[in-house]
Structure formats: structure tokens, C-alpha cells
Design a protein around this ligand. Structure first.
Ligand SMILES: NC(=O)c1ccc[n+]([C@@H]2O[C@H](COP(=O)([O-])OP(=O)(O)OC[C@H]3O[C@@H](n4cnc5c(N)ncnc54)[C@H](OP(=O)(O)O)[C@@H]3O)[C@@H](O)[C@H]2O)c1
Length: 323
């Protein structure tokens, strides 16, 4: 299957590494060959045409994509329009208005391509990605948008179908958990924040992590999915403040029929949240059958999220074949 990659940041580089390393295993186990046709960042597009993926990563980490012979100064939108592919992987940064991600998604649908994304901001504005996809006979998969490496929507889709979801609560932002737990270990806040950037777990604008916007985006995606609502990020109640990034607190997101709330709470020693240390995440679903079904990871970051994106690429392909 032919894939175009839009965005070559923390997740993009890990995705290329994974496709390179796991390609033969995936081919042997599923029969699918993942062919990365092009890779775009803000500077332009590399048309891969047999170029080893490791060379693209090296170039990105060195002088930039422009150092490669097959680099062209064409935008991601032009690449989506002009190059042949089956799936567009949209992994640009989350933004206030969802752009450029939304434009890339629309361009993909217009050119009869399906979308896989980790970009939360595409799914929390007035833009109705699922409605547009349906109208145009396309699909959008988005498992990595909420809790990166944890199977939140696949759990809903395949494992607990008879259950009605009543509410969700959790620590949905790894950066704030990482920074606070490092501070609990004696590190300064500034140094912990720098480390979170280095690890690739932080949003482009780190205030999105520490002031609850990233969590509110995730909560809004969950609200729309669980209650079929049309809430946007503007409807979320964000009470989290950076001054509350301190020992003993965790940033908690609550999703109920009434809405999405993000706030820092003091965590009791025996609370389930006391286990969230490092780049950890925890999400609890309260359903009418499964009481407090809980997913936990002690490490969520760009590698885990890239693996989820790769899984979505395979699921998208399987969906396309049966369509
Ligand atoms: N990092 C995580 O652990 C994680 C986990 C789950 C979900 N997410 C979400 O996944 C998305 C990607 O995350 P990330 O950490 O990989 O982001 P990132 O490191 O900030 O990378 C963003 C990439 O998008 C590229 N880009 C921006 N505007 C573009 C445009 N107009 N055309 C083409 N490329 C463009 C940037 O290009 P340049 O390199 O040229 O600047 C950069 O390569 C975000 O929306 C984030 O919220 C991240």
C-alpha cells in the first residue's frame, strides 16, 4: 500500500524507523508491503522512489530534507494532490484552529485517499472530519490522538461492544505527569520541561500540555465519540494552571455527558493515580457493565504513538479492501 507522510517530527521519524525495521515482519505476517511514496515537512517534499527510509531520517536530523536529491519545494497539499497514494498520514502539530491538518485531510479526501492521523486538533473544531469522510466515501482513523500508544477506540470498537459508556476519567497528558513526577524526585521544573521536549513527548507549544489544552482536546474527542456530540475545544472547562504543576498534583481529565473538565488535583497516597510516574498515562472508563475498566502505561511517547499510527495504517488498508 502506498503511503504519504505529512509531518516528520517526533512521531514521523519514529514511524519511518518502525516501517523500516518492522516492514519485513509485517509483510510476512499480513502480506502487506508498506511503500512510503513521499515525506513532507514545512520545507517541502521528498519523493522517496526507493530511497532508504534511514537516509530520510538522517537527512532530517542533519541538514534537512533539502539535502536529499529527490527533494522538491512542493507543499504537503501539492504532494497529496499530485502524487499517487492510498493513505495520507497526517502528523503535523496540533494547533489552535486545526490547520494545516484540516486542509491536508480535505485534500486527501478530494483525491480519493484515506487518512490516518495522530493530530488531535483536526477533530475538535467545527470541522466534522467524520461527516466529510462519509460524504466523500473515505475513512479517517485516529487511534493515536487519545493516549498515543493505548488502544482506546479499538477497545471501544472491538472489545466492549455491549457496554454503554457512562463517563471517563484519567491522566491523559504524559508531559505534565512526567514534569511533576521529576519534580517529586528533586529535579527543577525547567530541567524537567526541557527533558520532556528532548523525549518528544511534549506538544509544540508546551503550554498546551501544562495548561490542560492537550488533555481538553483528548477529552473533546472522547466526548464526541462516546455521546455523539458536536462539542468543540471551546466548550471544554479548562481549570488547569501552570502554577499547579507541583509535587503531589496530577492533571485529571473528566468526560461526562455534561462536558469535559481538566484540572489539577491533589493525589492521595493510595489513589490509583499515585502510580502515574514518569511519562505515564491512565484512563478509566465507567460503563454500565465494566465498572472502572482501566488502561495504564508507564511510558507513552512518540515511539508508542508511531506504533499505533502504523497499526491504523494496516487497519485502514484492511477496511479499504473490504469496502
Ligand atoms: N509526540 C507524541 O508523543 C504525540 C502522541 C500522540 C499524538 N501526538 C500528536 O501527533 C501530532 C504530531 O506530533 P509530533 O510530536 O510528531 O509533532 P512535531 O514533532 O511538532 O512535528 C510536527 C511536524 O509537522 C511538520 N509540519 C508542520 N506544518 C506543516 C505543513 N504545513 N506541511 C508539512 N509539514 C508540516 C513539521 O515540519 P518541520 O519539521 O519542518 O517543522 C514537523 O515535522 C501532533 O498533532 C501531536 O499533538 C503526539
Amino acid at each position: 500500500m502506498r503511503v504519504q507522510l505529512i509531518g516528520l517530527g517526533s512521531i514521523g521519524k519514529n514511524l519511518l524507523k518502525l516501517i523500516n525495521e518492522k516492514g519485513p515482519f509485517i509483510r510476512a505476517s499480513t502480506g502487506e508491503k508498506i511503500d512510503v511514496v513521499s515525506v513532507s515537512d514545512t520545507t517541502g517534499t521528498v519523493i522517496t522512489d526507493g530511497l532508504p527510509l534511514t537516509r530520510i531520517i538522517q537527512a532530517k536530523e542533519g541538514g534537512g530534507l533539502k539535502t536529499l536529491d529527490s527533494f522538491e519545494r512542493i507543499s504537503a497539499s501539492s504532494a497529496i494532490r499530485d502524487l499517487e497514494s492510498d493513505i495520507v498520514v497526517e502528523i503535523t502539530q496540533s494547533t489552535k484552529d486545526g490547520r494545516p491538518g484540516i486542509d491536508h485531510v480535505v485534500k486527501a479526501f478530494e483525491n480519493e485517499k484515506d487518512v490516518v492521523t495522530a493530530n488531535k486538533s483536526i477533530l475538535v473544531s467545527d470541522f466534522d472530519a467524520f461527516g466529510v469522510a462519509k460524504e466523500m466515501g473515505r475513512s479517517i482513523r485516529y487511534e493515536a490522538t487519545v493516549c498515543g500508544g493505548m488502544p482506546v477506540f479499538n477497545l471501544m470498537d472491538y472489545c466492549v461492544k455491549p457496554a454503554k459508556f457512562l463517563s471517563v476519567e484519567g491522566v491523559l497528558n504524559a508531559t505534565s505527569t512526567f514534569v511533576i513526577s521529576q519534580m517529586e524526585g528533586g529535579r527543577s521544573k525547567a530541567s524537567a520541561k526541557e527533558e520532556a521536549i528532548r523525549m518528544g513527548i511534549a506538544e509544540k507549544d508546551q503550554r498546551d500540555d501544562l495548561e490542560g489544552i492537550d488533555s481538553a482536546r483528548k477529552g473533546t474527542i472522547l466526548h464526541r465519540r462516546i455521546y455523539g456530540s458536536t462539542r468543540t475545544i471551546k466548550d471544554a472547562t479548562i481549570l488547569a494552571k501552570e502554577s499547579e504543576v507541583k509535587d503531589g498534583n496530577r492533571q485529571i481529565t473528566e468526560v461526562t455527558p455534561e462536558g469535559v473538565k481538566v484540572e489539577y488535583r491533589r493525589i492521595e497516597r493510595n489513589s490509583i493515580y499515585s502510580n502515574t510516574v514518569g511519562p505515564a498515562m491512565l484512563i478509566r472508563f465507567n460503563t454500565d457493565i465494566f465498572n472502572h475498566l482501566t488502561l495504564f502505561t508507564d511510558h507513552d511517547g512518540p515511539l508508542e504513538s508511531a506504533a499505533t499510527v502504523l497499526n491504523d495504517i494496516l487497519l485502514s488498508r484492511a477496511e479499504r479492501v473490504t469496502r
